[in-house]
Design a binder for this molecule. Structure first.
Ligand code: NAD
Length: 477
Protein backbone atom coordinates (compact mmCIF):
# COMPACT_ATOMS: atom_id res chain seq x y z
CA UNK A 1 0.00 0.00 0.00
CA UNK A 2 1.38 3.41 -0.99
CA UNK A 3 1.14 6.18 1.60
CA UNK A 4 1.27 9.39 -0.37
CA UNK A 5 2.72 12.55 1.17
CA UNK A 6 2.38 16.11 -0.08
CA UNK A 7 5.28 18.44 -0.90
CA UNK A 8 4.81 22.10 0.05
CA UNK A 9 7.53 24.72 0.20
CA UNK A 10 10.19 22.05 -0.23
CA UNK A 11 8.94 20.03 2.76
CA UNK A 12 7.63 16.49 2.29
CA UNK A 13 4.74 15.60 4.56
CA UNK A 14 3.61 19.21 4.88
CA UNK A 15 -0.09 20.04 4.86
CA UNK A 16 -1.38 19.40 8.36
CA UNK A 17 -4.63 17.75 9.40
CA UNK A 18 -6.70 16.85 6.38
CA UNK A 19 -8.99 14.15 5.07
CA UNK A 20 -7.73 11.01 3.39
CA UNK A 21 -8.65 9.32 0.13
CA UNK A 22 -8.08 5.64 -0.62
CA UNK A 23 -7.62 4.20 -4.13
CA UNK A 24 -8.63 0.60 -4.84
CA UNK A 25 -7.07 -1.68 -7.44
CA UNK A 26 -9.62 -1.82 -10.29
CA UNK A 27 -8.60 -5.43 -11.00
CA UNK A 28 -9.58 -6.82 -7.60
CA UNK A 29 -10.86 -4.03 -5.37
CA UNK A 30 -8.00 -4.24 -2.86
CA UNK A 31 -6.73 -0.95 -1.38
CA UNK A 32 -3.63 0.36 -3.19
CA UNK A 33 -2.88 3.83 -1.94
CA UNK A 34 -3.95 6.44 0.53
CA UNK A 35 -3.39 10.15 0.08
CA UNK A 36 -4.17 13.35 1.96
CA UNK A 37 -7.01 15.52 0.71
CA UNK A 38 -5.67 19.07 0.66
CA UNK A 39 -8.10 21.70 1.91
CA UNK A 40 -8.39 25.12 0.27
CA UNK A 41 -6.26 26.47 3.10
CA UNK A 42 -3.43 24.00 2.39
CA UNK A 43 -3.66 24.70 -1.34
CA UNK A 44 -3.37 28.43 -0.61
CA UNK A 45 -0.25 27.82 1.50
CA UNK A 46 1.29 25.77 -1.32
CA UNK A 47 0.77 28.63 -3.77
CA UNK A 48 2.20 31.17 -1.30
CA UNK A 49 5.25 28.96 -0.75
CA UNK A 50 5.72 28.61 -4.50
CA UNK A 51 5.66 32.41 -4.89
CA UNK A 52 8.61 32.67 -2.51
CA UNK A 53 10.97 30.79 -4.84
CA UNK A 54 9.48 32.09 -8.10
CA UNK A 55 12.01 34.89 -8.67
CA UNK A 56 15.04 32.74 -7.93
CA UNK A 57 14.04 29.96 -10.34
CA UNK A 58 13.07 32.49 -13.02
CA UNK A 59 16.50 34.08 -12.60
CA UNK A 60 18.38 30.79 -12.89
CA UNK A 61 20.24 30.47 -16.20
CA UNK A 62 18.18 28.48 -18.73
CA UNK A 63 21.05 26.03 -19.25
CA UNK A 64 21.14 25.37 -15.51
CA UNK A 65 17.39 24.77 -15.42
CA UNK A 66 17.76 22.40 -18.36
CA UNK A 67 20.55 20.50 -16.62
CA UNK A 68 18.30 20.09 -13.57
CA UNK A 69 15.54 18.74 -15.80
CA UNK A 70 17.95 16.22 -17.34
CA UNK A 71 18.89 15.08 -13.82
CA UNK A 72 15.18 14.89 -13.01
CA UNK A 73 14.64 12.68 -16.08
CA UNK A 74 17.47 10.41 -14.83
CA UNK A 75 15.76 10.19 -11.44
CA UNK A 76 12.44 9.25 -13.06
CA UNK A 77 14.21 6.67 -15.22
CA UNK A 78 15.68 5.08 -12.09
CA UNK A 79 12.15 4.40 -10.76
CA UNK A 80 10.56 3.36 -14.07
CA UNK A 81 9.47 -0.06 -12.80
CA UNK A 82 8.09 1.31 -9.56
CA UNK A 83 6.14 4.01 -11.41
CA UNK A 84 4.73 1.59 -13.98
CA UNK A 85 3.64 -0.80 -11.22
CA UNK A 86 1.88 2.04 -9.37
CA UNK A 87 0.03 3.14 -12.52
CA UNK A 88 -1.17 -0.41 -13.19
CA UNK A 89 -2.19 -0.94 -9.58
CA UNK A 90 -4.10 2.34 -9.38
CA UNK A 91 -5.82 2.58 -12.78
CA UNK A 92 -5.52 -0.92 -14.22
CA UNK A 93 -3.80 -0.63 -17.59
CA UNK A 94 -1.56 -3.49 -18.76
CA UNK A 95 1.92 -3.17 -17.27
CA UNK A 96 3.64 -2.90 -20.67
CA UNK A 97 1.41 0.10 -21.53
CA UNK A 98 2.10 1.65 -18.14
CA UNK A 99 5.81 1.25 -18.73
CA UNK A 100 5.44 2.76 -22.19
CA UNK A 101 3.75 5.78 -20.62
CA UNK A 102 6.60 6.25 -18.14
CA UNK A 103 9.18 5.95 -20.94
CA UNK A 104 7.27 8.46 -23.05
CA UNK A 105 7.26 10.82 -20.06
CA UNK A 106 11.02 10.50 -19.61
CA UNK A 107 11.51 11.18 -23.32
CA UNK A 108 9.37 14.31 -23.03
CA UNK A 109 11.35 15.58 -20.04
CA UNK A 110 14.57 15.16 -22.00
CA UNK A 111 13.12 16.84 -25.08
CA UNK A 112 12.09 19.88 -23.05
CA UNK A 113 15.49 19.93 -21.35
CA UNK A 114 17.07 20.21 -24.83
CA UNK A 115 14.56 22.63 -26.33
CA UNK A 116 14.14 24.95 -23.34
CA UNK A 117 17.47 26.81 -23.49
CA UNK A 118 17.58 27.09 -27.30
CA UNK A 119 14.11 28.53 -27.72
CA UNK A 120 14.45 32.32 -27.87
CA UNK A 121 12.61 35.38 -29.04
CA UNK A 122 13.06 37.55 -32.13
CA UNK A 123 15.18 40.54 -32.90
CA UNK A 124 13.43 43.40 -34.67
CA UNK A 125 14.66 45.84 -37.28
CA UNK A 126 14.07 49.31 -35.86
CA UNK A 127 16.16 52.45 -36.40
CA UNK A 128 19.97 52.29 -36.24
CA UNK A 129 19.91 54.23 -33.00
CA UNK A 130 17.84 51.58 -31.23
CA UNK A 131 17.81 47.96 -30.23
CA UNK A 132 14.50 46.11 -30.44
CA UNK A 133 13.82 42.53 -29.48
CA UNK A 134 11.15 40.21 -28.14
CA UNK A 135 12.02 37.93 -25.27
CA UNK A 136 10.03 35.10 -23.62
CA UNK A 137 9.89 35.20 -19.82
CA UNK A 138 8.46 32.75 -17.30
CA UNK A 139 4.84 33.39 -16.37
CA UNK A 140 5.30 32.67 -12.66
CA UNK A 141 3.29 30.05 -10.73
CA UNK A 142 1.72 27.28 -12.79
CA UNK A 143 -1.04 25.05 -11.41
CA UNK A 144 -0.84 21.69 -13.22
CA UNK A 145 -3.99 19.56 -12.81
CA UNK A 146 -3.80 16.16 -14.47
CA UNK A 147 -5.89 13.02 -15.22
CA UNK A 148 -5.40 9.33 -14.52
CA UNK A 149 -5.56 7.68 -17.93
CA UNK A 150 -1.86 8.13 -18.83
CA UNK A 151 -0.77 9.89 -15.67
CA UNK A 152 3.02 9.92 -16.00
CA UNK A 153 3.29 10.85 -19.69
CA UNK A 154 0.74 13.65 -19.40
CA UNK A 155 2.25 15.06 -16.19
CA UNK A 156 5.83 14.97 -17.53
CA UNK A 157 4.78 17.08 -20.51
CA UNK A 158 3.20 19.85 -18.46
CA UNK A 159 5.76 19.79 -15.64
CA UNK A 160 8.81 19.56 -17.91
CA UNK A 161 7.73 22.44 -20.15
CA UNK A 162 6.64 24.66 -17.24
CA UNK A 163 9.79 24.07 -15.19
CA UNK A 164 12.37 24.41 -17.95
CA UNK A 165 10.89 27.77 -18.98
CA UNK A 166 11.45 29.05 -15.43
CA UNK A 167 8.04 28.66 -13.82
CA UNK A 168 7.42 27.16 -10.41
CA UNK A 169 4.72 24.48 -10.34
CA UNK A 170 2.01 23.36 -7.95
CA UNK A 171 1.07 19.91 -9.21
CA UNK A 172 -2.20 18.13 -8.44
CA UNK A 173 -2.39 14.63 -9.90
CA UNK A 174 -5.68 12.79 -10.28
CA UNK A 175 -7.32 11.41 -7.16
CA UNK A 176 -7.43 8.08 -9.02
CA UNK A 177 -3.60 7.94 -9.40
CA UNK A 178 -2.12 9.82 -6.43
CA UNK A 179 0.72 7.33 -5.86
CA UNK A 180 1.88 7.66 -9.47
CA UNK A 181 1.87 11.45 -8.99
CA UNK A 182 3.73 11.16 -5.70
CA UNK A 183 6.44 8.84 -7.06
CA UNK A 184 6.90 11.14 -10.04
CA UNK A 185 7.08 14.27 -7.88
CA UNK A 186 9.58 12.56 -5.53
CA UNK A 187 11.89 11.76 -8.43
CA UNK A 188 11.61 15.23 -9.99
CA UNK A 189 12.02 17.04 -6.68
CA UNK A 190 15.25 15.14 -5.96
CA UNK A 191 16.88 17.02 -8.85
CA UNK A 192 15.29 20.45 -8.45
CA UNK A 193 15.94 23.28 -5.97
CA UNK A 194 13.61 23.02 -2.95
CA UNK A 195 10.18 24.58 -3.45
CA UNK A 196 10.29 24.78 -7.25
CA UNK A 197 7.85 21.86 -7.45
CA UNK A 198 5.00 21.35 -4.97
CA UNK A 199 2.59 18.43 -4.80
CA UNK A 200 -0.94 18.66 -3.40
CA UNK A 201 -3.34 15.73 -3.52
CA UNK A 202 -7.10 15.37 -3.40
CA UNK A 203 -10.09 15.28 -5.71
CA UNK A 204 -12.30 17.76 -7.54
CA UNK A 205 -12.57 20.12 -4.56
CA UNK A 206 -8.81 20.32 -4.17
CA UNK A 207 -8.47 20.93 -7.91
CA UNK A 208 -11.15 23.63 -7.79
CA UNK A 209 -9.40 25.28 -4.83
CA UNK A 210 -6.13 25.30 -6.78
CA UNK A 211 -7.76 26.70 -9.94
CA UNK A 212 -9.26 29.52 -7.87
CA UNK A 213 -5.88 30.60 -6.46
CA UNK A 214 -4.08 33.70 -7.75
CA UNK A 215 -1.72 31.67 -9.94
CA UNK A 216 -0.45 32.76 -13.35
CA UNK A 217 -1.39 29.70 -15.41
CA UNK A 218 -3.82 26.86 -14.81
CA UNK A 219 -2.91 23.94 -17.08
CA UNK A 220 -5.58 21.25 -17.06
CA UNK A 221 -5.69 17.93 -18.85
CA UNK A 222 -8.98 16.18 -18.20
CA UNK A 223 -12.67 16.25 -18.98
CA UNK A 224 -14.45 19.03 -20.83
CA UNK A 225 -16.80 19.74 -17.93
CA UNK A 226 -13.85 20.25 -15.58
CA UNK A 227 -12.03 22.36 -18.16
CA UNK A 228 -15.03 24.67 -18.42
CA UNK A 229 -15.30 25.00 -14.63
CA UNK A 230 -11.58 25.86 -14.51
CA UNK A 231 -11.95 28.45 -17.27
CA UNK A 232 -14.80 30.10 -15.35
CA UNK A 233 -12.74 30.13 -12.17
CA UNK A 234 -9.64 31.52 -13.88
CA UNK A 235 -11.73 34.25 -15.48
CA UNK A 236 -12.16 35.62 -11.94
CA UNK A 237 -8.42 35.65 -11.12
CA UNK A 238 -7.08 36.54 -14.57
CA UNK A 239 -4.91 33.40 -14.79
CA UNK A 240 -4.09 32.09 -18.24
CA UNK A 241 -5.82 28.78 -18.94
CA UNK A 242 -4.45 25.90 -20.96
CA UNK A 243 -7.02 23.14 -21.56
CA UNK A 244 -6.50 19.71 -23.10
CA UNK A 245 -9.89 18.12 -22.69
CA UNK A 246 -12.23 15.38 -23.85
CA UNK A 247 -12.97 14.11 -27.32
CA UNK A 248 -15.29 11.91 -29.33
CA UNK A 249 -12.97 11.02 -32.15
CA UNK A 250 -14.52 9.66 -35.35
CA UNK A 251 -13.11 6.92 -37.55
CA UNK A 252 -14.24 6.95 -41.17
CA UNK A 253 -13.98 3.71 -43.14
CA UNK A 254 -14.19 4.45 -46.86
CA UNK A 255 -15.70 2.14 -49.49
CA UNK A 256 -12.37 1.22 -51.09
CA UNK A 257 -10.37 -0.15 -48.14
CA UNK A 258 -9.74 -3.73 -47.03
CA UNK A 259 -12.40 -4.19 -44.34
CA UNK A 260 -10.31 -6.72 -42.40
CA UNK A 261 -7.38 -4.30 -42.09
CA UNK A 262 -9.81 -1.46 -41.27
CA UNK A 263 -11.34 -3.56 -38.46
CA UNK A 264 -7.88 -4.15 -36.96
CA UNK A 265 -7.23 -0.39 -36.97
CA UNK A 266 -10.67 0.26 -35.45
CA UNK A 267 -10.09 -2.32 -32.69
CA UNK A 268 -6.73 -0.78 -31.80
CA UNK A 269 -8.27 2.67 -31.70
CA UNK A 270 -11.34 1.71 -29.69
CA UNK A 271 -9.97 -0.89 -27.26
CA UNK A 272 -6.36 0.11 -26.40
CA UNK A 273 -6.14 1.14 -22.73
CA UNK A 274 -9.77 -0.09 -22.53
CA UNK A 275 -10.78 2.93 -24.61
CA UNK A 276 -9.48 5.32 -21.95
CA UNK A 277 -7.37 7.44 -24.29
CA UNK A 278 -8.29 11.01 -25.17
CA UNK A 279 -7.81 10.20 -28.88
CA UNK A 280 -9.48 6.77 -28.74
CA UNK A 281 -11.86 5.90 -31.57
CA UNK A 282 -15.25 6.78 -30.09
CA UNK A 283 -17.52 6.46 -33.17
CA UNK A 284 -17.18 4.69 -36.50
CA UNK A 285 -18.76 5.74 -39.81
CA UNK A 286 -18.37 2.86 -42.26
CA UNK A 287 -19.40 2.87 -45.93
CA UNK A 288 -22.27 0.50 -46.68
CA UNK A 289 -20.20 -1.32 -49.35
CA UNK A 290 -17.76 -2.72 -46.77
CA UNK A 291 -19.89 -2.53 -43.62
CA UNK A 292 -20.80 -6.22 -43.24
CA UNK A 293 -17.25 -7.54 -43.61
CA UNK A 294 -15.84 -4.73 -41.46
CA UNK A 295 -18.29 -5.33 -38.62
CA UNK A 296 -17.77 -9.11 -38.69
CA UNK A 297 -13.99 -8.67 -38.42
CA UNK A 298 -14.34 -6.07 -35.66
CA UNK A 299 -16.59 -8.37 -33.62
CA UNK A 300 -14.10 -11.22 -34.07
CA UNK A 301 -11.18 -9.08 -32.88
CA UNK A 302 -13.19 -7.68 -29.91
CA UNK A 303 -14.23 -11.12 -28.72
CA UNK A 304 -10.65 -12.46 -29.00
CA UNK A 305 -9.09 -9.82 -26.72
CA UNK A 306 -7.77 -11.34 -23.49
CA UNK A 307 -9.30 -9.46 -20.55
CA UNK A 308 -7.51 -9.63 -17.20
CA UNK A 309 -5.51 -7.76 -14.57
CA UNK A 310 -2.93 -5.35 -15.95
CA UNK A 311 -0.11 -7.06 -14.06
CA UNK A 312 -0.66 -10.31 -16.02
CA UNK A 313 1.61 -10.08 -19.11
CA UNK A 314 -0.98 -11.97 -21.20
CA UNK A 315 -3.63 -9.28 -20.64
CA UNK A 316 -4.70 -7.24 -23.65
CA UNK A 317 -7.72 -5.54 -22.07
CA UNK A 318 -7.37 -4.36 -18.47
CA UNK A 319 -10.23 -3.19 -16.25
CA UNK A 320 -11.76 0.26 -16.40
CA UNK A 321 -10.43 2.71 -13.83
CA UNK A 322 -13.20 2.05 -11.30
CA UNK A 323 -16.82 0.97 -10.96
CA UNK A 324 -18.12 4.54 -11.08
CA UNK A 325 -16.61 4.88 -14.55
CA UNK A 326 -17.84 1.42 -15.54
CA UNK A 327 -21.39 2.49 -14.62
CA UNK A 328 -21.01 5.51 -16.91
CA UNK A 329 -19.81 3.36 -19.84
CA UNK A 330 -22.45 0.68 -19.36
CA UNK A 331 -25.15 3.33 -18.93
CA UNK A 332 -24.32 4.79 -22.34
CA UNK A 333 -24.38 1.34 -23.97
CA UNK A 334 -27.73 0.34 -22.45
CA UNK A 335 -29.25 3.72 -23.36
CA UNK A 336 -28.22 3.17 -26.99
CA UNK A 337 -29.85 -0.27 -26.96
CA UNK A 338 -33.05 1.29 -25.63
CA UNK A 339 -32.87 3.68 -28.60
CA UNK A 340 -32.63 0.85 -31.14
CA UNK A 341 -28.94 -0.09 -31.27
CA UNK A 342 -27.86 -3.74 -31.19
CA UNK A 343 -24.97 -5.24 -29.18
CA UNK A 344 -22.95 -7.67 -31.31
CA UNK A 345 -20.39 -8.59 -28.66
CA UNK A 346 -19.71 -7.45 -25.08
CA UNK A 347 -22.09 -5.01 -23.43
CA UNK A 348 -22.58 -7.02 -20.24
CA UNK A 349 -21.24 -6.53 -16.73
CA UNK A 350 -18.98 -9.46 -15.83
CA UNK A 351 -19.40 -11.19 -12.47
CA UNK A 352 -16.57 -11.01 -9.96
CA UNK A 353 -14.46 -8.28 -8.43
CA UNK A 354 -12.98 -5.28 -10.13
CA UNK A 355 -14.21 -2.92 -12.82
CA UNK A 356 -13.83 -5.10 -15.92
CA UNK A 357 -15.87 -4.33 -19.03
CA UNK A 358 -15.64 -6.40 -22.21
CA UNK A 359 -14.72 -5.02 -25.63
CA UNK A 360 -18.12 -4.07 -27.03
CA UNK A 361 -19.32 -3.57 -30.59
CA UNK A 362 -22.66 -1.82 -31.04
CA UNK A 363 -24.38 -1.91 -34.44
CA UNK A 364 -27.41 -0.06 -35.86
CA UNK A 365 -26.24 3.16 -34.23
CA UNK A 366 -27.47 6.53 -35.40
CA UNK A 367 -25.35 9.66 -35.46
CA UNK A 368 -27.69 11.43 -33.02
CA UNK A 369 -27.39 8.85 -30.20
CA UNK A 370 -25.55 10.01 -27.05
CA UNK A 371 -23.34 6.88 -27.32
CA UNK A 372 -22.08 8.30 -30.62
CA UNK A 373 -22.05 12.02 -29.78
CA UNK A 374 -20.71 12.00 -26.21
CA UNK A 375 -17.37 10.78 -24.92
CA UNK A 376 -17.68 7.19 -23.61
CA UNK A 377 -14.04 6.62 -22.58
CA UNK A 378 -14.51 2.86 -22.52
CA UNK A 379 -13.89 -0.17 -24.81
CA UNK A 380 -16.95 0.49 -26.93
CA UNK A 381 -17.12 0.74 -30.73
CA UNK A 382 -20.44 2.19 -31.96
CA UNK A 383 -20.89 1.65 -35.71
CA UNK A 384 -22.94 3.93 -37.96
CA UNK A 385 -23.37 2.80 -41.60
CA UNK A 386 -23.22 5.62 -44.17
CA UNK A 387 -23.91 5.82 -47.91
CA UNK A 388 -21.13 8.14 -48.99
CA UNK A 389 -17.82 9.61 -47.95
CA UNK A 390 -19.48 13.05 -47.89
CA UNK A 391 -22.06 11.82 -45.38
CA UNK A 392 -19.28 10.34 -43.21
CA UNK A 393 -17.35 13.63 -43.28
CA UNK A 394 -20.49 15.60 -42.41
CA UNK A 395 -21.23 13.36 -39.41
CA UNK A 396 -17.59 13.34 -38.28
CA UNK A 397 -17.49 17.14 -38.33
CA UNK A 398 -20.80 17.51 -36.47
CA UNK A 399 -19.56 17.16 -32.89
CA UNK A 400 -19.29 19.20 -29.70
CA UNK A 401 -15.62 18.12 -29.63
CA UNK A 402 -12.64 18.74 -31.91
CA UNK A 403 -9.69 16.68 -30.75
CA UNK A 404 -8.69 14.27 -33.54
CA UNK A 405 -10.10 12.13 -36.35
CA UNK A 406 -8.95 9.18 -38.46
CA UNK A 407 -9.84 8.40 -42.05
CA UNK A 408 -9.14 5.05 -43.70
CA UNK A 409 -9.23 5.52 -47.46
CA UNK A 410 -7.40 4.66 -50.65
CA UNK A 411 -8.48 7.92 -52.26
CA UNK A 412 -6.03 10.80 -52.20
CA UNK A 413 -8.82 13.26 -52.87
CA UNK A 414 -10.82 11.93 -49.89
CA UNK A 415 -7.69 12.14 -47.72
CA UNK A 416 -7.25 15.80 -48.73
CA UNK A 417 -10.90 16.61 -48.14
CA UNK A 418 -10.62 15.05 -44.67
CA UNK A 419 -7.66 17.07 -43.44
CA UNK A 420 -8.99 20.28 -44.93
CA UNK A 421 -12.60 20.00 -43.82
CA UNK A 422 -12.59 18.31 -40.40
CA UNK A 423 -12.69 20.89 -37.57
CA UNK A 424 -10.29 19.01 -35.26
CA UNK A 425 -6.74 19.41 -33.98
CA UNK A 426 -5.25 16.27 -35.51
CA UNK A 427 -6.20 14.31 -38.64
CA UNK A 428 -4.70 10.87 -39.24
CA UNK A 429 -5.02 9.07 -42.57
CA UNK A 430 -4.74 5.27 -42.64
CA UNK A 431 -3.41 4.89 -39.06
CA UNK A 432 -5.43 5.35 -35.86
CA UNK A 433 -2.40 6.28 -33.80
CA UNK A 434 0.95 7.68 -34.80
CA UNK A 435 2.50 10.93 -35.93
CA UNK A 436 5.97 12.40 -36.22
CA UNK A 437 7.78 13.43 -33.01
CA UNK A 438 7.29 17.06 -32.02
CA UNK A 439 3.88 17.45 -33.61
CA UNK A 440 1.44 19.68 -31.74
CA UNK A 441 -2.08 20.86 -32.48
CA UNK A 442 -4.77 23.17 -31.17
CA UNK A 443 -7.75 21.21 -29.90
CA UNK A 444 -11.05 22.80 -30.95
CA UNK A 445 -14.52 23.32 -29.49
CA UNK A 446 -15.06 21.35 -26.25
CA UNK A 447 -11.69 19.63 -26.57
CA UNK A 448 -9.83 22.60 -25.16
CA UNK A 449 -7.53 25.43 -26.11
CA UNK A 450 -3.81 26.00 -26.50
CA UNK A 451 -0.93 23.66 -27.28
CA UNK A 452 -0.74 20.82 -24.75
CA UNK A 453 2.50 19.32 -26.05
CA UNK A 454 5.31 19.75 -28.57
CA UNK A 455 7.79 22.64 -28.66
CA UNK A 456 4.85 25.07 -28.75
CA UNK A 457 3.97 24.13 -25.17
CA UNK A 458 7.09 26.05 -24.13
CA UNK A 459 5.52 29.19 -25.60
CA UNK A 460 2.31 28.58 -23.65
CA UNK A 461 4.27 28.78 -20.40
CA UNK A 462 6.11 31.99 -21.26
CA UNK A 463 4.99 35.57 -21.69
CA UNK A 464 6.66 37.49 -24.50
CA UNK A 465 8.02 40.92 -23.74
CA UNK A 466 8.88 43.48 -26.45
CA UNK A 467 11.91 45.64 -25.61
CA UNK A 468 12.99 48.90 -27.22
CA UNK A 469 16.30 50.45 -26.14
CA UNK A 470 17.88 53.67 -27.37
CA UNK A 471 20.66 55.92 -26.14
CA UNK A 472 19.73 59.01 -24.11
CA UNK A 473 18.73 62.05 -26.21
CA UNK A 474 18.96 59.97 -29.40
CA UNK A 475 22.75 60.26 -29.13
CA UNK A 476 25.42 57.62 -28.38
CA UNK A 477 26.01 55.55 -25.25
P1 NAD B 1 -11.23 15.16 -14.81
O1 NAD B 1 -11.31 16.50 -15.48
O2 NAD B 1 -12.38 14.66 -14.05
O3 NAD B 1 -10.00 15.16 -13.79
C1 NAD B 1 -8.73 15.65 -14.19
C2 NAD B 1 -8.15 16.45 -13.04
O4 NAD B 1 -9.01 17.57 -12.78
C3 NAD B 1 -8.07 15.65 -11.75
O5 NAD B 1 -6.86 15.95 -11.11
C4 NAD B 1 -9.26 16.15 -10.97
O6 NAD B 1 -9.15 16.04 -9.57
C5 NAD B 1 -9.33 17.60 -11.38
N1 NAD B 1 -10.63 18.23 -11.21
C6 NAD B 1 -11.86 17.64 -11.21
N2 NAD B 1 -12.83 18.58 -11.04
C7 NAD B 1 -12.19 19.77 -10.92
C8 NAD B 1 -12.65 21.12 -10.76
N3 NAD B 1 -13.94 21.42 -10.68
N4 NAD B 1 -11.72 22.10 -10.73
C9 NAD B 1 -10.40 21.82 -10.84
N5 NAD B 1 -9.92 20.57 -10.97
C10 NAD B 1 -10.81 19.55 -11.02
O7 NAD B 1 -10.77 14.14 -15.94
P2 NAD B 1 -10.37 12.60 -15.74
O8 NAD B 1 -11.59 11.80 -15.55
O9 NAD B 1 -9.29 12.50 -14.75
O10 NAD B 1 -9.72 12.26 -17.15
C11 NAD B 1 -10.43 11.79 -18.25
C12 NAD B 1 -10.67 12.91 -19.23
O11 NAD B 1 -9.43 13.50 -19.60
C13 NAD B 1 -11.30 12.44 -20.52
O12 NAD B 1 -12.31 13.37 -20.88
C14 NAD B 1 -10.15 12.51 -21.53
O13 NAD B 1 -10.55 12.69 -22.86
C15 NAD B 1 -9.39 13.68 -21.02
N6 NAD B 1 -7.98 13.66 -21.47
C16 NAD B 1 -7.62 14.56 -22.43
C17 NAD B 1 -6.32 14.56 -22.93
C18 NAD B 1 -5.91 15.53 -24.02
O14 NAD B 1 -4.70 15.65 -24.28
N7 NAD B 1 -6.84 16.21 -24.67
C19 NAD B 1 -5.38 13.66 -22.40
C20 NAD B 1 -5.77 12.76 -21.42
C21 NAD B 1 -7.09 12.78 -20.96
Amino acid sequence: MYTVAQLIGGVWGAGGEEGELVVHDPADGSPVSSAPVATADVVGKAVEAAREVEAEWAGTAPAERAAALHRAADAVEAVTDELAAAVTAEMGKPLADARGGVEAGIGTLRQYAELGPVRGGRTLHGGHHALDFMVPQPRGVVAAITPWNDPVAVSCGLLGAALVTGNVVVYKPSERTPAAGWLLARALDSALPPGVLSLVTGGAETGAALAAQPVDVVAHVGSTATGRAIAASAARTGAKVLLENGGSDPLIVDADVDPIWAAREAATGAFANAGQICVAVERIYVHRDVADDFVAALVKRASELRMGPGRDPATELGPLVDRRHRDHVHGQVTAAVAQGARILTGGTLPDGPGAFYPATVVADCRHDMPLVRDETFGPVAPVVVVDSFSEALRCAADSPYGLAATVLTGSMSHAHRAWRELPVGTVKVNAVFGGAPGGAAHPRRGSGQGFGYGPELLDEFTATKAVHIEAPGRGHW
